[in-house]
Each structure stands twice: as C-alpha cells, then as structure tokens.
Write a new protein. Structure first.
Length: 364
C-alpha cells in the first residue's frame, strides 16, 4: 500500500468573501468536524462559501457592563451576535462557542439580530435611578456590518440615544455609518458622540484577505473626512497590529487619517484568545505560508512565550522589544500629526433625560 493510502487527505479551501475556511469545533462542543478532499475541489481553489443566515432573537438585556481596567468604557451595546465582515483576527469569534456554534465560518455566516433591542434600551433608560455613562457601540461586533442595511437595529438604537441625549462612542470598519450623519451631527454639537474608524492597513489585497467584507481602506478614509466635515469628533484605530504583516503601515495610516480630519488615534496588538489561535494560524498557512512561522514566533515573544496573554495591562499592548517599538512609533507619529495622546474626547453625561412614553415590555 502506498504511503497515505486509505486515509482522507485534508484540502485547503479559501471561500470567496469569507475569512475562515472551516467550522472547527468550539471549546464547548463534544463532536468535531474535519474537512477532507472528495476530489471536487483543488488545493488553493476559491470556492463559493456558505450563505449568510440571520436569526431574529429576543434578547434578555441590551446594555452589557464590564469593569476591565484596560477598556475605556464600562457599558456597551452589541445589536448583533456574529459579524459578516469576517475579519479573521476578530477577538469576538470565540463568543460564538457559547451559542453552540463554531468561531470559524459560523461566526461570519450564522448571525443573530436582536429584534427587541430598541424596546429593551427604552426600558433600561427609563428605570428609576438609571445612571448615565458613555455607551460603546461596536465593542464586540461591528454595528454597521452588512446586515444593518436591512435590519436597521443600530439606527433604532441611535434614535433612542439621541432622543435621551445619551452619550456614546462608535467603532466601525464600515462606510454605512455615513447613513446616520443626520443623527450623529446634532449629537456631536451637544458633545454626545465620537466615532472611531478602524484601519489596520492601506494594502487592499491584504485587507481583502484579512477583512473580506469590510469597506476598503480608501473608503474608510473618506468616512473620516465625512465625519470631520459634519463636525463629528472622529479618530482612527490602527488595529490589530500584526508583526511582519501590517505593522509597517502604522505611520501611513496615521498620516492619511490626520489629513482626512481625524483628531484622535489608538492602536492594539493582535490578540488570539481561545479558538482564535488555531483559526489565525490556519489562515496564515493558507495565505502567507512563508511568513507564518516567523509571525507566530514574534507573537509569542510579545506574549511571554504564549500565543495569547489575557493579563490586564498586557493583553492590548503586549510586552517585549517589538511591543515597545510599536508604542514608540505610535507616540511619535501622533505627536507629528497632532493627534490627542489622552485617548478619546470627554463626552457629556449631564444632558441625559429618560425616554418619553416608554411602554411595558411584552412577554411574547
């Protein structure tokens, strides 16, 4: 018998418009999945991937709270679970395992829209003793991912927050945020909103592989210009920094963003929690096999010899020579282009007023 005869041969498939290549098992699943070559797909082929499925859900609550010392907000809203943008590095991918789904393709194809988000938000803001603090929109999944065009849940949330003079921060990779300038501009005049646009690279081919369904880098720069011209405080988030892949673009991203009117900036080093480690390594082997080992070696050097370091104070910025180099480059570039080094601008929490005419939540 020839070597390997009688065994299934794994095949590398790249699905067009998708970041992950498979639905590998989540950490809570007992049964796994394994791809094999049945002779119909050739190595390296781009195949048509699974279609996006959206399930409307009735959430139990809508405002999430955290007390993490290295996150700039304590409250957040995520209108959707899962994200069609398909960013292979997304630290939110492992959250799909809690739903009994894979952090791989499931995360970007089996999405959940919180149909009662607006109703829940009105009820939450109407509670006696509610204390107003800045809400972050897009902390876990992008509030302007493609399905927002149809479901408009983010739009509904903004309408409630605008009505209540409630401050919020937005982080997105999508040009769809321009749709809501009519709400965001009046809020900005009251000191109630800022928007960060995430741009990790200006390389279109790399973006297509890393973030297959996001707006193109040049389009995101146009978004910064539109926000700035509308009087909305805006910033750029250079994230994630991936050694030997997009780290070279930091200064260029900051320079181009400043020219478009961005006044704030931030950056983050790549994080690989839970299942994301293997998903990212698989992606590297498919797209950059000659660099893969070198990239992962540098990641481990920034993470104390591990592929992920969840420690507060280290998980966002890393440690070691490479991490210190990125910090110094970022600081110098911010000083050169006039970015604020004090983080996000302060938003006004004193204008808040409860929503009018809140009805009782339906049980059905």
């Amino acid at each position: 018998m020839k070597p390997g005869a009688g065994t299934a041969r794994a095949v590398t498939i790249t699905f067009k418009g998708r970041g992950a290549a498979d639905n590998r098992r989540g950490r809570f699943e007992r049964q796994g999945r394994e791809a094999f070559d049945d002779g119909w797909v050739h190595e390296g082929d781009e195949a048509r991937g699974p279609r996006t499925e959206v399930t409307l859900t009735q959430a139990r609550s809508i405002i999430s709270r955290n007390d993490s010392p290295d996150i700039a907000f304590t409250r957040s809203i995520n209108p959707y679970q899962g994200c069609e943008h398909g960013c292979i590095y997304c630290y939110a991918r492992p959250s799909h395992a809690y739903l009994g789904l894979s952090p791989g393709l499931d995360f970007e194809t089996k999405l959940f829209a919180k149909a009662n988000a607006v109703q829940l938000l009105r009820a939450e803001l109407s509670r006696p003793g509610y204390r107003c603090e800045v809400i972050s929109l897009g902390a876990n999944t992008d509030p302007y991912q493609p399905i927002e065009r149809k479901y408009k849940i983010t739009r509904g949330i903004l309408e409630v927050l605008s009505e209540c003079n409630h401050p919020l921060g937005i982080v997105t990779k999508s040009a769809l945020v321009e749709r809501d300038l009519d709400l965001l501009a009046p809020m900005a005049r009251k000191g109630l909103v800022h928007v960060f646009v995430s741009i990790g690279t200006l390389d279109h081919e790399l973006t297509r592989r890393l973030e297959p369904r996001t707006s193109a880098p040049e389009r995101r720069l146009e978004v910064l210009r539109a926000l700035s011209e509308a009087g909305i405080p805006c910033g750029v988030l250079v994230a994630p920094i991936i050694p030997f892949l997009n780290d070279r673009d930091m200064e260029a991203v900051l320079e181009r963003s400043a020219a478009q009117g961005a006044g704030m900036a931030g950056y983050q080093i790549l994080r690989l929690p839970y299942e994301l480690k293997d998903l990212f390594k698989d992606w590297l082997e498919r797209h950059y096999p000659l660099k893969a080992a070198h990239i992962m070696s540098q990641i481990r050097q920034m993470r104390g010899g591990r592929e992920n370091d969840p420690r507060f104070g280290k998980r966002m910025s890393g440690e070691g020579v490479f991490a210190e180099l990125q910090e110094n480059r970022f600081r110098l570039a911010c000083e050169r282009h006039g970015f604020s080094l004090h983080g996000r601008n302060q938003l006004d929490t004193t204008r808040f007023k409860p929503p009018a005419g809140t009805g009782q939540l339906s049980l059905f």
